[in-house]
Design a protein around this ligand. Structure first.
Ligand code: ADP
Ligand code: MG
Length: 151
């Protein structure tokens, strides 16, 4: 599946569409729903997570967790109870993830987990993760692709 977005708003809409799709059925059985985001700086990963947050009714702002690695938001009236946003950009080693309770996190079926720079922790990404790839085509155009067999 592919989205070609012309601006920030279209990237947020793409996120809302994908959320709608994966809300409809169980992607990961009894574990967390993990969405891994790949792409260079400025490709639109954080913007996509902000679109997903809006789609799931989060009203507060969702800043990039680049420096603190993880932010957690509570959801109400949704398939998931908890929205977790992790940015691995500054992660020195996958072991640092244990400090934030990664193993429990991915076992929690009530959590939807977005991971930026997931390539840095590929070894611990669960096999049923939805992987989304971001490409900057021009100043305002982005190509967003994912495996439709998954979502
Ligand atoms: P990343 O998290 O991948 O580093 P961000 O989402 O933080 O990327 O930044 C993307 C930047 O590109 C934002 O400043 C956003 O306004 C801008 N932008 C321009 N066009 C688009 C688009 N089509 N989709 C997403 N972001 C866009
Ligand atoms: Mg980012």
């Amino acid at each position: 599946m592919e989205y070609d977005t012309k601006n920030l708003e279209e990237t947020k809409q793409a996120a809302a569409h994908i959320i709608e799709t994966i809300s409809g059925h169980s992607v990961s059985g009894n574990r967390a729903t993990v969405v891994a985001l790949y792409g260079d700086l400025g490709a639109g990963k954080t913007s996509f997570v902000q679109g997903a947050a809006q789609a799931l009714g989060i009203e507060e702002s969702v800043p990039s967790p680049t420096f603190i690695i993880e932010r957690v938001y509570r959801l109400s009236d949704q398939k998931w109870k908890r929205f977790v946003h992790i940015d691995c950009y500054r992660l020195e080693s996958p072991e640092e993830l244990h400090a934030i309770g990664w193993d429990e996190l991915v076992q929690d079926k009530d959590t939807i987990l977005f991971v930026e720079w997931a390539d840095k922790i590929e070894a611990v990404i669960p096999p049923d993760t939805l992987k989304i790839y971001f490409e900057q085509i021009s100043e305002t155009m982005r190509k967003i692709t994912y495996d439709e067999n998954h979502a």
